[in-house]
Design a binder for this molecule. Structure first.
Ligand code: C2E
Ligand code: CA
Ligand code: CA
Length: 842
């Protein structure tokens, strides 16, 4: 930013070179030798002394007092026709008073004085008022340092064009009169063969000699020195100085005399030019000033309205001004920051080396640009894009620093968001598949170098689809967020848990002790999920199935490891969910089969590949078979018996469960009729109904129809439903249950404890039986917590008037525990696995 008072550089240098020594003061050039005489001295004597000293004036003094001055010009007034005039005292002819100028006046000012006063001599006085010299116009011309002008200008530029030569016969008195009246200091005398000149100095000499009036032809100096009109004034001045002359004639291209010029003409010409130049320089300066003021005004407006924060410091980096955007961005007002160092804004995020590099760049290149974290007044840290410029004046001296910055938090945030979108799952904030892949690659490379191990765990929520379908995506989402949090909390900082999509998560662990370490971590995760999750005032229980593969045992690259962990996870689901499995190579074949299943299932029913097994349900008290649970089997032509855990989810997804379910009900009822016909004791038949079937519009009609067609006594039929059927629309679910019970059949709540609701829900359900999931039975004799849960379920079930069935009883100990808590019925391998109808025990 320029100082508005300073001239544009080129203009200023032009002025100073043209003006030359204009800044010199008179004191520096004045010659101290003053010719002086007392007032009684005769004119002739005074003129003689002047001629002798080759000066153009003499000071008339009496002691310290200056009475007047007598100059060559005054000599023109001498009456040459009167011989006595030469002897008159100088005091009668001198000019008084004497004009004085101080020593300190500049030559430039003096030149103007000479022109305005029409004088040719000044007395110079020092600071004390004492006379210290005489200065003439000639001194000024010789010292003005205007060579530059003189070189450029020709003599013709100062020609007055009014010269009238005198004839050689004209008298001296006529010549002096001409000079006096014409205000010139010389006259040209024309001879037949050329020109001569008579000057004031000559006149003074004639006074000294007491020469009386006569024709000028015999008095003038010959020949007149002339120069061509195109000669530069510089040459003319040099010529005059060399020849100790004060005049020169000017001839035109034809050799005709056109003028006589002297120092005074040169000076006057130069002054005019000089003054003109000065005026135009000043005008230029004014223009530049107003332009720069306008620019300054514009700059101010731009700065004021800039959205960028602007801060300007002095050369010591002290803040001298800030703009409104600065205040807006940092929270600091101008008053709060002016005079302080911008370091007050520093966030501490950048180290000293950073600032050293920054200043090095400013010093080397005059600027720096980059991103910086600064601190707002409220303490908040924000990223800014900063440009710092060092500002120098026209001499290259550092005067200011200017900093421009914009807040780039939003840019940063969107950059971060884009990065997040690319690498993180937006719902849970966990790494996504891509970042998982990256991290896994890194872990594998590391493990390969260190001969370490990496565990990849595939975690899949059990029956998540059911929650999502019945409670809605929002509930499902909240559940996933909480699951993600819990999984994360089970792991160490360095482990990765990523969401692969849906309800699938993958965990990568390294640095653990053998397979056991991985298994323990899987156990921790399963446990962490077991506590009910509160979503929207509901308590949901989710379980997960985990498959584990290990590097280097189960795969060398990430995709193999993830695939094998996936296979192991499916195995865990097969094994009854809520469990984890280590990968075993044999599993792979099975998972491939899994894909083929869907296609095969479509023709299972028409191809008559389905059949039912029956598992007895025993009364705890009487140890009698009270019922049979019909369990679906699929005899695949190539695969043999396929587990319902494997194909029922597929049947549900594809909707095939509806016709298959009807076939199951019909077949079970038909079997029951056969047993009745065979005279066996009428036991109850329990048939599993999936939620998908239950939601089917024709469901109740279908049940009614099958009952009628098979002649099944309704009170001997129990439909096993899971809690999920009540989730999507509890009131409609309850209404359907009521309808079913109006048909006269019973309803059991299957897999109780693994689902979504709390015990408190139970009393609203019109049901008859509760089946405790085998998950709680499995460890019932060893794990007091499971025992307590089972006990609670049994006692609450009883208090609601329900029968309670314990599932999956495999040992006598489990049976005893259930019995001790008052469980009504039991079912499990301890008594019998599901068997074909023919093998069903009597
Ligand atoms: P579920 O309704 O809980 O059936 C009991 C499951 O526990 C059966 O598995 C049975 O073989 C198994 N089980 C019985 N006692 C024991 C025991 O002591 N230990 C162990 N470990 N397991 C025992 P299955 O037959 O593989 O059926 C699995 C699931 O498939 C059933 O679980 C049921 O949810 C579904 N399912 C089976 N048949 C049908 C059907 O016809 N329709 C529908 N919708 N679902 C069915
Ligand atoms: Ca069942
Ligand atoms: Ca069950």
């Amino acid at each position: 930013m320029r100082d508005p008072d300073s001239l544009p550089v080129q203009l200023e240098s032009a002025l100073s070179s043209k003006a030359g020594n204009a800044e010199l003061t008179l004191g520096e050039i004045v010659r101290p030798d003053i010719l002086e005489c007392p007032p009684g001295v005769s004119l002739r004597e005074a003129a003689r002394r002047m001629n002798e000293a080759r000066v153009s004036s003499i000071l008339v003094v009496a002691g310290d007092e200056v009475l007047g001055i007598w100059t060559e010009r005054d000599a023109l007034r001498v009456d040459f026709t009167d011989a006595s005039a030469f002897d008159r005292p100088i005091s009668r002819a001198m000019s008084a008073p004497v004009r004085t100028v101080p020593r300190s006046i500049t030559l430039q000012e003096l030149a103007v004085r000479f022109r305005e006063d029409h004088l040719r001599h000044y007395l110079v006085a020092d600071d004390g008022g004492r006379r210290c010299g005489i200065v003439s116009q000639t001194d000024v011309v010789m010292n003005q340092g205007i060579e530059h002008y003189l070189k450029l200008r020709k003599v013709d530029s100062v020609i007055k064009g009014s010269m009238q030569p005198l004839s050689e016969s004209a008298p001296l008195s006529e010549a002096t009169r001409r000079m006096r009246e014409g205000g010139v200091d010389a006259v040209v005398v024309a001879y037949a063969d050329g020109y001569g000149i008579l000057t004031e100095r000559d006149v003074t000499r004639l006074v000294a000699a007491g020469t009386t009036d006569r024709a000028v032809g015999g008095l003038a100096s010959r020949p007149l020195v002339t120069v061509d009109a195109r000669t530069s004034l510089y040459r003319v001045r040099s010529l005059l100085a060399e020849r100790r002359m004060r005049h020169v004639g000017v001839v035109d291209e034809n050799g005709a005399l056109v003028d006589l010029i002297n120092f005074s003409d040169i000076l006057t010409g130069m002054e005019l030019v000089y003054v003109h130049e000065l005026q135009s320089a000043l005008a230029e300066r004014d223009r530049a000033l107003s332009t720069s003021q306008r620019n300054l005004y514009l700059a101010e407006k731009v700065i004021e309205n800039s959205l960028e924060g602007i801060l300007i410091t002095d050369d010591q980096a002290r803040i001298i001004s800030v703009n409104p955007a600065f205040t807006h961005l940092t929270g600091y007002t101008a008053e709060e920051v002016i005079g302080r160092n911008p370091a007050m804004l520093s966030s501490g995020r950048q180290n000293a080396a950073f600032y050293e590099r920054m200043w090095a760049s400013i010093h080397a290149h005059g600027s720096w640009q980059g991103e910086v974290w600064n601190r707002r007044k409220n303490g908040e840290i924000f990223p800014e894009f900063l440009t710092i410029n060092a500002i120098t004046d026209h001499d290259g001296r550092l005067t200011n620093y200017a900093a421009l910055f914009s807040d780039i938090s939003q840019v940063k945030e969107s950059e971060q968001r884009i990065r997040d979108l690319a690498y993180y799952d937006p719902l849970t904030g966990l790494p996504n598949r891509r970042l998982l892949d990256d991290r896994l690659q890194v872990e594998l490379a590391h493990a390969s170098r260190q001969h370490g191990r990496v565990a990849v765990m595939f975690v899949d929520l059990d029956r998540f689809k059911r929650i999502n379908d019945s409670l809605g995506h929002e509930v499902g989402d909240q559940l996933l967020v909480e699951v993600a949090r819990r999984l994360r909390s089970c792991l160490r900082e360095d482990d990765t848990v990523a969401r692969m999509g849906g309800d699938e998560f993958v965990v990568v662990m390294s640095d653990f002790d053998g397979p056991d370490g991985a298994v323990h971590a899987a156990g921790r995760m399963a446990d962490a999920l077991r506590d009910p999750i509160a979503v929207d005032g509901r308590e949901l229980v989710v379980t997960c199935s985990i498959g584990i593969s290990l590097y280097p045992d189960d795969g060398a690259d990430s995709s193999t490891l993830i695939k094998n962990a996936d296979v192991a996870m499916y195995r865990a689901k097969d094994e009854g969910r809520n469990a984890f499995q280590l990968y075993q190579p044999a599993m792979n074949a099975r998972s491939l089969e899994h894909l083929a299943l869907e296609a095969a299932l479509h023709r299972a029913l028409p191809a008559d590949e389905l059949l039912l097994y029956y598992q007895p349900i025993i009364s705890v008290e009487g140890r009698r078979i009270v019922a049979a649970e019909a369990l679906l089997r699929w005899r695949h032509p190539d695969l043999g018996l396929v587990s319902p855990a494997e194909f029922i989810p597929i049947a549900e997804e594809t909707g095939l469960i509806v016709p298959i379910g009807e076939w199951v009900l019909r077949t079970a009822c038909t079997q029951h009729a056969a047993w009745r016909a065979a005279g066996r004791l009428p036991i109850r038949m329990m048939v599993n109904i999936s939620a998908r079937q239950f939601r089917d519009h024709g469901f109740v009609d279908m049940v009614r129809r099958v009952l009628r067609e098979t002649g099944m006594p309704p009170h001997l039929l129990t439909l096993e439903l899971t809690e999920s059927i009540l989730m999507d629309d509890t009131r409609q679910g309850i209404a359907l249950l009521e309808e079913l019970r109006l048909l006269g059949l019973r309803v059991a709540l299957d897999d109780f404890g693994t689902g979504y609701s709390s015990l408190g829900y139970l009393k609203r359900f019109p049901i008859d039986e509760l089946k405790i999931d085998r998950l709680f039975v499995r460890d019932i004799d060893r794990n007091p917590r499971d025992a307590a849960l089972a006990a609670a379920i049994i006692s609450i079930g009883h208090s609601l008037g329900l029968c309670v069935v314990g599932e999956g009883v495999e040992t006598a100990a489990q049976l005893d525990t259930l019995a001790s808590h008052g469980c009504d019925f039991v079912q499990g391998f301890h008594f019998s696995p599901p068997v074909a109808a023919e093998a069903f025990p009597d």
